[in-house]
Design a protein around this ligand. Structure first.
Ligand code: NAD
Ligand code: TYD
Length: 334
């Protein structure tokens, strides 16, 4: 039996990874430490309540008293926990610094004290900033441009320092924009799908020309699994889906899949400091044997269909007062 401490496991990618890992490895136990912020949803793991290999602990990765005993019983730590939404980080960065930086520090410090086989930091392509042409390799300098990405880059530097200074066996993955089941509907793709179902406008920031790479969340999970087990200690791996699309293309694909009219598109004031283009060179993780299974069309169709089939999951979130308040704050004046 191996014990994985997964932080942020009630969020989008963490919950997908817990399902993935427990389905693939009969001999793994998962302890999920999650603070249950607005983005944490225990319903994402409802299918595991009867699995005695799964345990949920409600708590904060910034709290050493909570983190210490959990790291002590873990063989492996995978740190998904984060404040993850760029627009919220523009409205206020304090929680981003606290969780993304201080929380990572608390986990690293505890991992050194107790010793772990691996510490896997889940990071993002956004740490590189924005690139007009070509694609980033892992050697590219960190040049984040918004509060979210700068706290993720800062966390990476701590991870690097703990490896070099204390010999902590770390690996880091930098993934592109994930899509798929259980993504909180403030992120573009689930927001557009659920708005379109309700015939509400799809807010397109600026002119919709910004390019993002799209990675189906299951492909991200398979890459994390591979790097966790076969990645070289101290190394960083880009994980991109090779599924580039502009904002406008994404919106139109979603409308088409749902049979909705393009009159739902609504061009609104651009995001401040909006990164124009992200693009990853993923040849390093591909050399380990990883390939994404879903191309753009398949990834988008599977994602749209999941939200159509799981309406109660997202409707419960969108009916919450805190969601409505956020929506008003972000879109009210646009
Ligand atoms: P999410 O916002 O859906 O989930 C974050 C989870 O972390 C939530 O369950 C939340 O309750 C929990 N959390 C927040 N603060 C915490 C704290 N202090 N202590 C314990 N738990 C806390 O995020 P996500 O989209 O699943 O992203 C997961 C990770 O992947 C993040 O580190 C993010 O930076 C990274 N990432 C995301 C994407 C993407 O497209 N979503 C792409 C690349 C990398
Ligand atoms: P988002 O899902 O917030 O991810 P990130 O900013 O981390 O890439 O946004 C993806 C893209 O969609 C980004 O270019 C901003 C754009 N966007 C919109 O045009 N409208 C929206 O309502 C949102 C949330 C994002």
């Amino acid at each position: 039996m191996k014990t994985l401490l997964i932080t942020g496991g009630c969020g989008f990618i963490g919950s997908n990874f817990i399902h993935y890992a427990l389905a693939k490895y009969r001999q793994y136990r998962v302890v999920n430490l999650d603070k249950l912020t607005y983005a944490g949803n225990p319903a994402n793991l409802i299918g595991l309540v009867d699995d005695d290999r799964y345990r949920f602990v409600e708590g904060d990765i910034c709290d050493p008293a909570t983190v210490g005993p959990l790291v002590a019983e873990a063989d492996i730590v995978v740190n998904f926990a984060a404040e993850s939404h760029v627009d919220r980080s523009i409205m206020g960065g304090a929680e981003f610094v606290q969780t993304n930086f201080n929380g990572t520090y608390t986990l690293l410090d505890s991992a050194v004290k107790h010793g772990v086989e691996r510490f896997h930091q889940i990071s993002t392509d956004e740490v590189y900033g924005s690139i007009d042409e070509g694609a980033w390799t892992e050697e590219w300098p960190l040049a984040p441009r918004n509060p979210y990405s700068s706290t993720k880059a800062s966390a990476e530097l701590l991870v690097r320092a703990y490896h070099i200074t204390h010999g902590l066996p770390v690996v880091t993955t930098r993934a592109s924009n994930n899509i798929g089941p259980f993504q909180y509907p403030e992120k573009r793709v689930p927001l557009y799908i659920t708005n379109a179902i309700d015939d509400l406008p799809l807010p397109v920031y600026g002119d919709g020309s910004q390019v993002r790479d799209h990675l189906y969340v299951e492909d991200h999970c398979s890459a994390i699994d591979l790097v966790l087990h076969q990645g070289e200690i101290g190394e960083i791996y880009n994980v991109g889906g090779e599924n580039d699309a502009t904002g406008l293309e994404v919106a139109k694909v979603i409308l088409k899949r749902l049979g909705k009219d393009e009159s739902l598109l609504k061009f609104v004031t651009d995001r401040s400091g909006h990164d124009q283009r992200y693009a990853l060179d993923s040849s390093k993780v591909q050399a380990l044997g990883w390939q994404p299974a879903s191309d753009f069309r398949v990834a988008m169709e599977r994602t749209v269909d999941w939200y159509v089939e799981n309406e109660s999951w997202w409707r419960e979130i969108k009916e919450r007062q805190d969601y409505k308040d956020y929506y008003q704050r972000n879109y009210g004046n646009r």
